[in-house]
Design a protein around this ligand. Structure first.
Ligand SMILES: Nc1ncnc2c1ncn2[C@@H]1O[C@H](COP(=O)(O)OP(=O)(O)O)[C@@H](O)[C@H]1O
Ligand SMILES: [Mg+2]
Length: 252
């Protein structure tokens, strides 16, 4: 989607009644976000006054050299970490002002996170791993199972439900991790180098899957990647370097 094609407050789309419709709120609003880490007496700035939006239904790829702050930014948007200053609003909720307890609850319902090294629990089967986030919900045991079975079928792993992580390939483990990320039906999917540990074929399968989740299931996706093929599938490409975010243009 081209940025210029979207309705903006300055160029509102007319409604049937001829009135201006308000522009839809973005899925993610990042405003003046700064973060530094302390190293001894030193403060090392990582992110400096970053502001940007992610529209609902967007597929945004974030690239940048190692150490440029990509993971830090992802963790702030997913509510895993807190900024020094600035705000993050996701689907209208300002997550940067939530308490730790509320934040944990919010994460459990509204964001799915996919990591480079899958982060599956080794002593749980694929099905049990996928069910895990549902323990934070009010679903019954039977409903939890149904949702987990459905999520595994969406990533084409119905035949691996009783397998343990070590009995699966890296690509399969990442697909289980994606099923776990989508099982609560979050509106936002955040993936930090999800293909970074995979061979070319498995990486391609993961990228196909992310594309399908975006197009067919309407998931808003924010993905950190070094893979130019991944960046090609995204609709928006941004580049982070030395804590500053730049538009790298559109790939559509
Ligand atoms: N918990 C932490 N404590 C101290 N420094 C950190 C921490 N996490 C990240 N950093 C530093 O912040 C910078 C950005 O890290 P990161 O966000 O992981 O970058 P990227 O994901 O782009 O490789 C790096 O210099 C890293 O060493
Ligand atoms: Mg990183």
């Amino acid at each position: 989607m081209n940025q210029d094609d979207r309705p903006s407050p300055a160029d509102p789309a007319p409604t049937s009644a001829g009135q201006a419709a308000p522009a839809p709120a973005p899925m993610v609003e990042v405003r003046n976000l700064s973060k530094s880490y302390r190293r001894g007496a030193l403060r090392i700035p990582v992110l400096s006054d970053i502001s940007f939006d992610i529209e609902e239904g967007e597929f945004l790829a974030l690239m940048g050299p190692s150490g440029s702050g990509k993971s830090t930014l992802m963790n702030l948007i997913a509510g895993i970490d807190k900024p020094d200053s600035g705000t993050v609003r996701v689907a209208g909720v300002e997550i940067t002002s939530l308490s730790e307890t509320d934040l944990a609850l919010w994460r459990g319902h509204h964001v799915g996170f996919v990591f480079q090294f899958y982060n599956l629990i080794p002593v749980l089967t694929a099905l049990e791993n996928v069910e895990l986030p549902l323990h934070l919900t009010n679903l019954t045991r039977r409903q939890r199972r149904e949702h987990a079975v459905l999520a595994l079928s969406l990533v084409n792993l119905s035949h691996r439900m009783s397998h343990y992580p070590k009995q699966m390939s890296g690509g399969e483990q990442q697909r289980v991790a994606i099923a776990r990320a989508i099982v609560t039906d979050p509106s936002l999917l955040v993936a930090d180098e999800p293909t970074g540990d995979l061979d070319r074929v498995s990486a391609g399968e993961i990228l196909d899957l992310m594309g399908r989740l975006n197009r067919q299931w309407g998931k808003t996706i924010l993905m950190v990647t070094h893979d130019p093929r991944a960046a090609e599938r995204a609709r928006v490409l941004k580049h982070l370097d030395k804590g500053v975010l730049n538009d790298s243009g559109k790939t559509e």
